[in-house]
Write a protein that binds this ligand. Structure first.
Ligand code: PMP
Length: 304
């Protein structure tokens, strides 16, 4: 188990020691998963000794959307969560890249449809880029289906939604794969566990649309921008699983997954079975941007 006991956590307006960050066992957050959260990366640029939080505001705006979809009675504004996060980064004074998790949860002692009162917390822990970003991953198309919008809206980054990808992830690992890909209730590609996906087909980048029961991923939006900047056509549409058989490349994207090449699906190699040229060029652009090497003043970066 990692030891984070030296770190501070933002909890309900205060900064408390890691071991003192507690919420009540009878809260709807604990009993029913009544909470929404974000995952944000901070990239430590050692050359200019600066931490760059990537697309901080967009993440906190999505946290507002998640609260609205979850019908919280009061919406904790993005500005409050941004301020708390920046202050937490200053107090913890990290000297390596981090993963930040802001959460808004239903506190008190209510039942499953309680819409208040709300509590907030923000954690940040050191986290480097996963090895799979370099070597790629082997994915399984899951027999578990992605939650539909009229079941549990995937557009909300709600904690309880993660039981869906949990089933798929556990099955994929048991079957010897690195990751799962979920189809939606219409049988179209949706996303991976905690990440969106793209395939490259005839030189065109194709990704499931925002009505494919995906989380409206901020990295997906970043990738669309970067690919277009590189002159790659991008299509957002329904994507069939059989399109993998004609794909020269594929990759997952997300805050945690960053840009992870998919080199094999269900035992069949994608393209040459190794990370492809479009994926590699995209990774280079993504990391140059996120670490503040392309433009340290980019509007997507918050320097701390
Ligand atoms: N889908 C799900 C279910 C996720 O949890 C994530 C990670 N937040 C993503 C997609 C990717 O979203 P983002 O690029 O905003 O991190």
């Amino acid at each position: 188990m990692s030891d984070y006991s030296d770190l501070l956590i933002y909890l309900d307006g205060e900064f408390v020691a890691w071991n003192d960050a507690k919420i009540h066992v009878f809260s709807p957050a604990v009993k029913y998963g009544a909470a929404v959260f974000e995952g944000i990366r901070g990239y430590w640029n050692a050359e200019n000794a600066t931490m760059y939080l990537f697309r901080l505001e967009e993440h906190m705006r999505r946290l507002e959307l998640s609260q609205r979809i979850m019908r919280f009675n009061q919406i904790i504004p993005a500005e409050t969560m941004m301020e708390a996060t920046i202050e937490l980064m200053r107090k913890n004074a990290f000297r390596s890249s981090v993963h930040i998790r802001p959460t808004v949860y239903v506190s008190g002692y209510g039942e499953s449809s309680a819409q208040e009162p709300l509590g907030t917390f923000v954690t940040a822990i050191p986290r480097e880029t996963p090895k799979k970003v370099e070597v790629g991953c082997r994915a399984q198309i899951s027999s578990w289906q992605r939650i539909a919008d009229n079941v549990m809206p995937a557009r909300a980054k709600a904690n309880a939604n993660y039981n869906n990808s949990r089933y798929a992830g556990i099955q994929a690992a048991k079957d010897g794969y690195d990751a799962a890909i979920l189809l939606n209730s219409r049988g179209k590609l949706s996303e991976g566990q905690g990440m969106c996906l793209f395939i490259i087909r005839n030189g065109v980048a194709v990704t499931p649309s925002v009505t494919s029961d995906i989380l409206e991923s901020i990295t997906r939006d970043t990738v669309i921008h970067l690919l277009r900047e590189q002159g790659v056509e991008v299509q957002e549409r329904d994507v069939d699983r059989s399109e993998f058989f004609d794909a020269s490349e594929a990759f997952f994207c997300g805050t945690g997954a960053e840009i992870t090449p998919i080199i094999n699906v269900d035992g069949d190699a994608i393209g040459a079975g190794a990370p492809g040229v479009v994926t590699r060029a995209l990774q280079a652009a993504y990391f140059d941007l996120a670490f503040g090497r392309t433009n340290a003043n980019h509007e997507w970066l918050t320097a701390v």
